[in-house]
Design a protein around this ligand. Structure first.
Ligand SMILES: [Cu+2]
Length: 173
């Protein structure tokens, strides 16, 4: 007889004969190995710290080009280094070719959404709004190798306040 242990979704046999016990081991061992591999992959994920800032009070990112390896867990800190102009900024990463469309969608989403359209699959990561002199941070897993645009989605900013995240292949750095 096989009973399903609902707590961890693992089939557990009712031990009644050595043969059945052997069968159970044979079936369970690959599952255990697979779980070990998944855990190891999560632990071994490379952690990368990225920092980016505004160019003071200007509508620009500094730097406007970031690099990280694919699959890395990226912790990005965004700092608003403005001193004089009280306007908020954010940092929004999009899939290639989508920056302009995301800027339009942000306008439609409005201020109440923090100028970030919720559930938009073209957006890979987005910080909250960041005020003058403040900083904010987010974590995300670096996508497949490629060049990904980022922009500030506050109205009118994205056309000039943008840059690229270059994601390199694993082991290429
Ligand atoms: Cu901005």
């Amino acid at each position: 007889m096989w009973n399903v242990n609902r707590q961890d979704d693992v089939l557990t046999p009712t031990p009644s004969s050595p043969r059945r016990r052997f069968l159970a081991l044979a079936l369970l061992t690959p599952v255990a190995i697979l779980r070990g591999r998944v855990r190891a992959a999560a632990e071994q994920r490379e952690h990368v710290e990225l920092t980016i800032a505004t160019d003071g009070d200007l509508l620009a990112f500094k730097p406007d080009r970031l690099t990280c390896p694919t699959g890395a867990l990226v912790h990005l800190t965004f700092q608003h280094t403005g001193k004089y102009i009280s306007q908020e900024h954010n940092w929004v990463l999009t899939i290639p070719g989508a920056a302009e469309a995301v800027a339009q969608a942000a306008l439609a989403a409005g201020e109440k959404s923090g100028w970030v359209p919720q559930g938009d699959r073209r957006i890979l990561a987005a910080t909250p709004q960041c005020g003058k002199g403040e900083h904010t941070s987010i974590s995300f897993v670096a996508p497949a190798p490629g060049t990904y645009p980022f922009l500030c989605t506050n109205p009118g900013h994205g056309a000039v306040m943008h840059g690229v995240l270059v994601v390199t292949p694993a082991g290429a750095h």
